[in-house]
Design a binder for this molecule. Structure first.
Ligand SMILES: *[C@@H]1O[C@H](CO)[C@@H](O)[C@H](O)[C@H]1NC(C)=O
Length: 349
């Protein structure tokens, strides 16, 4: 199996890697993204509302998750996995993408372990991404719909800022959208804020992305498993996935009854070892709620059925520097088996 042999190679190389190997840092200057808590708490409500599937309620912005901080939002266009509209309180066009829905989110997360860097990002030397993330946005119905809506919104409101958001897979789509607007349409007043987003490309991609869409905040929550995936292999600088900056990690500090929430603005490497990478990514619950706002859809049994395969968590190991990374010491165990037995309940969540 192709994937399995890649992992074997990966493990072999990491075994032989000399200890002086240094992590490649994503370099970029100026134009650093500034984290704005208020803005993040507004945008997370859009990322939450986009999961609701009643189109009428969305168009009229009367859904159960519409209102509150998003009151007065004017929907311009609904596309397959998102919407475009104008937020009067932000004086901006807001584009929101939804992630994987319902019960399939569990399989989606497990599949994230095996996603390959298999697509050269167009016109970007050395930059590689996973084709599934790329094509989710670069879809014949989604991308043109978004562009059409931006044009209409700008016709109505002028050249106002564009804010792109999304949760989980929707965060990956938001990133590709921001990049597309910057690269192919020279739109630069773009801000991207994602929640619980997986890694989408390699180090070269992350580096290019951070230069082209510098105003990007990638929020991660506590032990949310998804930002840990697909795995980051610090010693495989050429082969590994690599997050782009800037992460903001939400976690709880303190002890006993004195627990208080912290929002940590991370370094500009994209892979700050003192942020979410400093803990195990072993929670799906932490993936489904950001800033107290529920993400995902809770229809049917929904998230209540989500359990994690205990073996998945055992792939996480702590390296010599105290970072949690993912690796797999038994490449022979089959992927299919893991999937079929994935309903085993565990106490990891
Ligand atoms: C943060 O965002 C809010 C909402 O868009 C805005 O009103 C506020 O001015 C921003 N704060 C800063 C310091 O930019």
């Amino acid at each position: 199996m192709k994937q399995t042999s890649w992992i074997k190679v990966a493990i072999l190389i990491s075994l032989f890697a000399v200890s002086s190997c240094r992590e490649i840092k994503v370099k970029h200057k100026d134009n650093v993204a500034v984290y704005n808590h208020t803005l993040a708490t507004i945008l997370v409500e859009y990322a939450s509302a986009v999961y609701l599937s009643d189109l009428t309620d969305l168009v009229t912005w009367t859904c159960s998750r519409c209102g509150d901080l998003t009151e007065g939002f004017e929907v311009i266009e609904l596309v397959v996995d998102g919407f475009v509209g104008v937020a009067p309180n932000l004086n901006a066009i807001v584009i929101a993408f939804r992630g994987t829905q319902g019960n399939s989110i569990q399989n989606w997360i497990e599949d994230l372990y095996w996603k390959q860097l298999d697509l050269d990002y167009p016109d970007m030397p050395d930059a590689m991404v996973h084709h599934g993330f790329y094509s989710a946005y670069h879809d014949t119905t989604i991308q043109p719909g978004i562009l059409k809506a931006i044009k209409r919104a700008k016709g109505l409101y002028g050249n106002i800022d564009i804010m792109i958001t999304g949760h989980s897979m929707g965060g990956a789509m938001a990133a590709f959208c921001g990049l597309d607007l910057a690269v192919n349409y020279k739109i630069h007043n773009v801000q991207v804020v994602t929640f619980g987003q997986p890694r989408i490309g390699n180090t070269a991609f992350a580096s290019r992305y951070s230069k082209l869409v510098p105003n990007t905040i990638r929020v991660t929550n506590n032990h949310d498993i998804v930002p840990h995936l697909p795995p980051y292999y610090p010693r495989l600088t050429q082969k590994t996935y690599h997050h782009f900056p800037r992460e903001v990690w939400l976690y709880d500090d303190g002890f006993d009854t004195l627990i208080y929430p912290v929002e940590k603005v991370c370094d500009d490497s994209g892979e700050d070892p003192d942020c979410s990478r400093s803990v195990m990514g072993n929670s799906i619950w932490d993936h489904l709620e950001y800033y107290g706002v529920e993400l995902g859809d809770r229809t049917e049994e929904g998230s209540c059925r989500i359990v994690m395969d205990p073996r998945v968590a055992t792939y996480q190991v702590e390296d010599a520097e105290g970072n949690f990374i993912l690796s797999r010491d038994d490449p022979s165990s089959s992927l299919v088996k893991m999937k079929t037995e994935s309903r085993i309940s565990s106490n990891f969540i």
